[in-house]
Design a protein around this ligand. Structure first.
Ligand SMILES: [Zn+2]
Length: 300
């Protein structure tokens, strides 16, 4: 069973695993481009990918990031996509004031309520604990606290955990915290691994049994896509094809087509053909887009 903003589904079909449809990080980033609020343009682009065969999107915007669950419902209705909502907190400095004021127990109860009763009094339930993050090359004390809290919410609900690593750093440390909490690592997706071009590191994360997020595809200012493809080929060659999931993580207006960005269709229009050209089989790509997301998100 998987909860979407329009109710439960059993199958996801082709899925973008780590996306945002609306968020606002401009308060801290001081850059109006990071107020991602052109919902009409997002709707048009989501309609396009639905027509091109995509069925589901996991929306990983959470508390403090400008999560808007009613916009998710509206876009799910207008596009026909399944949209899956999330709960949790992002990373410093994006935690809301109350994160520091409330007790662990109060925060845990708050997140469980998002999952069991619904978000912001809407009755619309979160299904994913994400995106929960850590800073670049370090984990702040408040971020460690977040991971402990998320571990407890996972133990109470069984919901999958999606992390944010900053440029692919601190993945093993994130895993260690969750492991100490006795979290089932087969329900954990380590996000933004594709920003760290280091095969050895990827293999160490894969050996833990987690999923690896190649979820910033097309962000070539950080990492060329050919590096992503090289890593994917090496991981597949070593038997890790059941642990790779792909997505784009569009977060800025300038990522959208209207503003000359790559747009949501880049993954299927450009990246998948590159994967095929590099020798990755279509059935393997289907694992990245369908079977792996379904296995990660399904709760008995
Ligand atoms: Zn992220």
């Amino acid at each position: 069973m998987i909860n979407t903003v329009r109710g439960e589904v059993k199958k996801l079909g082709k899925t973008y695993i780590h996306e945002h449809i609306k968020l606002d990080l401009s308060g801290h980033k001081k850059d109006p481009d990071t107020n991602y609020d052109d919902t009409n343009e997002v709707m048009l682009e989501l309609k396009e990918i639905k027509e091109k065969g995509i069925d589901s999107i996991v929306e990983v915007t959470n508390r403090g990031m400008g999560r808007d669950v009613l916009a998710m419902v509206e876009l799910a209705e207008k596009t026909g996509l399944n949209i899956i909502a999330s709960t949790g907190f992002y990373k410093e400095p994006f935690f809301p004031e109350y994160f520091y004021q409330l007790s662990d127990k109060e925060l845990i109860q708050m997140l469980i309520k998002d999952i069991e009763e619904g978000i912001d009094g809407t009755g619309i339930k979160a299904h994913v604990l994400g995106e929960v993050g850590t800073s670049y090359n370090e984990i702040h004390a408040a971020e460690k606290r977040l991971f402990d809290i998320i571990g407890d919410v996972h133990l109470n609900t069984g919901k999958p955990i999606f992390t944010h690593t900053t440029l692919g750093t601190m993945a093993l440390e994130q895993i260690q915290i969750l492991e100490e909490k006795k979290v089932n690592l087969e329900k954990v997706l380590i996000g933004h691994m594709d920003l760290n071009y280091n095969l050895e590191y990827h293999l160490r994360v894969a050996d833990k049994g987690c999923y690896l997020g190649f979820d910033t595809i097309g962000k070539v200012n950080y990492q060329p896509d050919e590096n992503r493809i090289n890593l994917i080929k090496e991981l597949v060659a070593r038997g890790h094809e059941n642990q790779i999931i792909i997505s784009l993580d569009l977060t800025r207006k300038s990522h959208l087509k209207k503003y000359k960005g790559i747009g949501y269709s880049y993954l299927i229009d450009t990246f998948v053909p590159l994967l095929i050209k590099s020798g990755i089989k279509e059935e393997t790509i289907n694992k990245f887009l369908v079977q792996n997301p379904e296995r990660l998100l399904s709760i008995p």
